[in-house]
Design a protein around this ligand. Structure first.
Ligand code: PBG
Length: 323
């Protein structure tokens, strides 16, 4: 069929028709809200590069959560800023660590809210790398034992989902085995399978106080130029027992999301990272773009590419806009 028989504009003629044939929908249940938790009481410290986001003490975080639940957001992902950092990342697996305490407090007060524990060490090590460092290099296998220990501690504190983001080889199987040996075989793993060494993490590293003190993360996070490697990484995580896989960042990696969606029949998450959020906020603050439309268009694009759900700093605002 061709013009004039075929007129694509016929189905765009009014809002009702457009709604009827819309291929992608966004809803509050698509979003996961990241939260940054620090020790103390009564603290709600604004994160300058991420307007509307804060480093919360647990009591202040609890005050913020009713709005999150009311907006229909099903899950939060927790990042901890510990009291002290050291070479062993002790704060990551401590029974009274900051994420452990936060998870307990949330599950106590909001049992229906899903708590995802990000499992990484850069916030907890004094050198800011995502694992054990020896002779200036991040050592893979020594880090796995730490990951297993941290996963157990997080799950025992009530975390519903463990999300390893360190990009160590074998981290998913190390965690799966540890959980299964401890009667936590029903705790799912959301694997950061294709996590790129991205410049878009800049604002997060301020928020989580986690920039590396030397070098960068390119010996463990992926080269932004690669997509076949992302499929290999995802296949490994799936074989190792991941329940869900993730692509991160989202916007510059829509092709990766689409390919992972096509290849794997498991839930695919996308992490729309701090830099993606801050770019929209900054341009909107200057009056250069319409914030609501740009943010919703971006989230729609990430879903259209194939993400089942999106970790986004716009979770709360977007959920409200959609209501
Ligand atoms: C920890 C981690 C990072 C992010 C999530 N988990 C930063 C990093 O790898 O340096 C970034 C998230 C964001 O930018 O929003 N490894």
């Amino acid at each position: 069929m061709s013009f004039p028989l075929d007129r694509a504009r016929r189905l765009r003629a009014n809002p009702g028709l457009r709604r009827l044939v819309r291929e992608t929908s966004l809803e509050p249940a698509d979003f996961v809200l990241p939260l940054f938790i620090r020790p103390g009481k009564g603290r709600k410290r604004p994160i300058e590069s991420m307007p509307g986001h804060f480093q919360y003490s647990i009591d202040e975080m609890l005050k913020a959560l009713p709005a999150v639940v009311a907006a229909g957001i099903p899950a939060v992902i927790l990042f901890g800023i510990p009291e002290k950092k050291d070479a062993k990342a002790s704060g990551a697996f401590a029974g009274n660590g900051i994420v452990q305490q936060a998870a307990r407090a949330i599950k106590d007060r909001f049992p229906g809210l899903i708590v995802i524990a990000d499992l990484c060490f850069c916030e907890y090590t004094d050198h800011g790398h995502c694992g054990i460092v020896k002779n200036g290099a991040v050592v893979n296998d020594a880090t796995l034992a730490l990951a297993a220990k941290t996963a157990l501690s997080q799950a025992r504190s009530g975390a519903d989902i463990i999300a390893p983001s360190g990009m160590m080889d074998g981290q998913v199987s190390a965690i799966r085995r540890a959980l299964d040996c401890s009667g936590l075989e029903m705790t799912p793993i959301l694997a950061y399978s294709a996590k790129y060494a991205s410049a878009f993490y800049g604002p997060f590293r301020d928020a989580a106080e986690s920039p590396p003190k030397f070098g960068d993360r390119s010996t463990y996070q992926m080269d932004p130029a690669n997509v076949r490697e992302a499929l290999r990484e995802t296949a490994l995580d799936a074989e190792e027992g991941a329940d869900m896989v993730m692509v991160k960042p989202a916007l510059p990696y829509l092709d990766v999301i689409a390919k992972v969606r096509e290849r794997f029949d498991m839930p695919v998450a996308a992490y729309s990272v701090s830099g993606e959020f801050s770019m929209i906020k900054a341009a909107a603050a200057k009056g250069w773009i319409d914030e609501k439309k740009t943010a919703l268009e971006t989230l729609t694009g990430i879903k259209r590419a194939g993400a089942d759900f999106i970790i986004t700093y716009y979770a709360l605002e977007a959920a409200r806009w959609l209501h």
